[in-house]
Design a protein around this ligand. Structure first.
Ligand code: FAD
Length: 455
């Protein structure tokens, strides 16, 4: 027997990890794979929030839509994420304004606002119950070093017309937020939801609206040089006038032109076992706000309706060549296990039940993409940098408008010249250099927090 195999099995047992997600499972009505050659008005590649929203918007306009999904709809980031519905854009507001200026940032803030509302309206429009708790989200400071940037963030957001409030330490305790989170910026819009129920609700709505969905149908080639465009899968093809590519962090390296615009970053999540009534009482967290920390590489925490804490980010990973990295990472799981105890000292016996994760699509300027090729037959919607519940929802409609030739102010908002991502090995060096820098900054803060606690 192979020794490497044995140790791998032992490691697998040490942490409960799933390559899938805790939110979704194989649908009973799995759609058939595409076999043979068919035609449609529009083909959509990718069945997450972006692809499904684009499909629904196009069907409303009477367009014949085929959607090709390599797995089942919802198996990408849309059915794996943490479920924070937050009006966030860019890495953080301070760097966004530094990067694009106040006026443009104000436009993005209004886009955020619309996007959160679009999600909430989608629940009603498509009859989706996804355990949405409109409790808002708080960017939380844990260390005095976080105070200045958070106060500046609150003031800047207010000056851009965003209705946020700074919460002092006293106000945080009054709201019952767990004690490690000392002060923060509360954004009352949005909250958190079950992303699996959201994306599966969209899948249901798309099928009911007459979108022809083919699952287990990875697209292997797109030939847009002739009209109509030919989109090939392993066992079939679709000819269509226009194609929308909505593959986000899962965009295959074979779609060469996107290599300089988007790259996948692996994000790990976990959820705890259910807290018992005593643990819930000790935890407080009465307002059930989503928590996002003010670290350089953020941590986020949220309660679930069935009495767990769901959390993640912080320890992200980039794999050379923008390939999709293996999700089983014991060092990351160890890191989270230690962190959980530090962040929730109220419940020292909190246990992590399951780890999982997924790929987010990152762009060089941390802003989403929504654009077409010169011929006007290929449309790209992706690059949400971890904020896609709101932005992908809106982008679906933006893509549909572009396909239909309708004006859309949001499409104009995101038109820009973007510095391309560097090729390898520079990309690997740049991403890991930045990652090292962020982690180092956070480590200084976290080490000092440990020191203060132990004094
Ligand atoms: C771990 C994690 C946590 C996150 N947390 C949050 C959060 O709390 N809040 C938030 O707003 N956002 C969050 N996000 C981001 C959010 O989930 C995404 O931005 C959003 O789901 C993107 O939707 P999408 O439809 O563009 O992409 P996806 O949902 O990733 O869908 C892309 C689809 O394309 C398919 N595909 C890829 N290649 C092919 C091919 N060749 N042929 C056919 N199909 C293909 C994939 O299988 C996939 O289903 C998180 C993401 C991750 C991974």
């Amino acid at each position: 027997m192979n020794n490497i195999g044995v140790s791998a099995v032992r490691e697998e047992h040490k942490f409960n990890y799933t390559d899938s997600s805790v939110w979704v499972s194989l649908p009973e009505n799995l759609c058939p794979a595409l076999v043979g050659d068919i035609q449609a008005d529009v083909v959509i590649v990718g069945g997450g929030f972006t692809g499904l929203h684009a499909a629904l918007a196009l069907r409303e306009a009477g367009v014949d839509v085929v959607l090709l999904e390599m797995d089942f709809c919802g198996m990408g980031a849309s059915g794996r994420n943490s479920g924070h519905l937050a009006p966030t854009m860019g890495k953080d507001l301070l760097s966004l304004v530094r990067h694009v200026g106040k006026e443009r940032a104000a436009g993005f803030m209004r886009f955020n606002d619309r996007s959160v509302r679009n999600v909430e309206e989608a629940f009603a429009r498509y009859g989706i119950d996804c355990d949405y708790e409109p409790a808002g989200n708080v960017i939380c400071g844990l260390h005095p070093r976080h105070l200045g940037p958070l106060q500046r963030t609150a003031a800047l957001a207010q000056s851009l017309g965003v209705d946020v409030s700074f919460l002092s330490e006293g106000e945080m305790r009054e709201r019952g937020l767990p004690s490690a989170f000392r002060f923060g910026v509360l954004d009352p819009r949005g909250g958190h939801l079950n992303p699996g129920k959201y994306v599966m609700g969209l899948r249901r709505a798309a099928l009911a609206a007459g979108v022809r969905i083919f699952e287990n149908s990875p697209v292997t080639q797109i030939d847009e040089s002739s009209a109509p465009v030919r989109v090939a899968t392993e066992r079939g093809s679709v000819q269509a006038d226009k194609v929308i590519i909505a593959t986000n962090g899962y965009t295959p390296v074979s779609l060469g032109r996107l290599k300089s615009k988007i790259m996948p970053i692996r994000v790990t999540l976990f959820r705890t076992a259910r807290l018992n009534p005593e643990q819930l009482e000790a935890l407080g967290w009465r307002g059930r706000e989503g928590i996002i920390t003010a670290h350089a590489a953020i941590e986020h925490y949220r309660p679930t309706p069935d009495g767990r804490i769901l959390a993640g980010s912080k320890f992200v990973r980039y794999r050379y060549g923008s390939k999709l990295a293996n999700g089983y990472q014991p060092a990351v799981f160890e890191g989270f296990t230690r962190l959980l105890k530090e962040r929730f000292p109220e419940v020292p016996d909190l246990q992590i039940e399951t780890f999982w994760g997924g790929w987010v699509g990152m762009t060089p300027d941390f802003l989403p993409l929504s654009f077409s090729n010169r011929r006007g037959n290929l449309f790209y919607g992706m690059g949400y940098n971890g904020h896609g519940i709101a932005h992908a929802t809106t982008n679906g409609r933006m893509l549909a408008d572009q396909v239909l030739g309708r004006p859309n102010e949001d499409v104009e908002l995101f038109k820009r010249r973007m510095i391309p991502l560097p090729p390898e090995p520079l990309r690997w060096l740049a991403v890991n250099g930045l990652k090292w820098y962020y982690e180092r900054m956070d480590q200084i803060v976290d080490d000092d927090l440990r020191l203060r606690r132990d004094l």
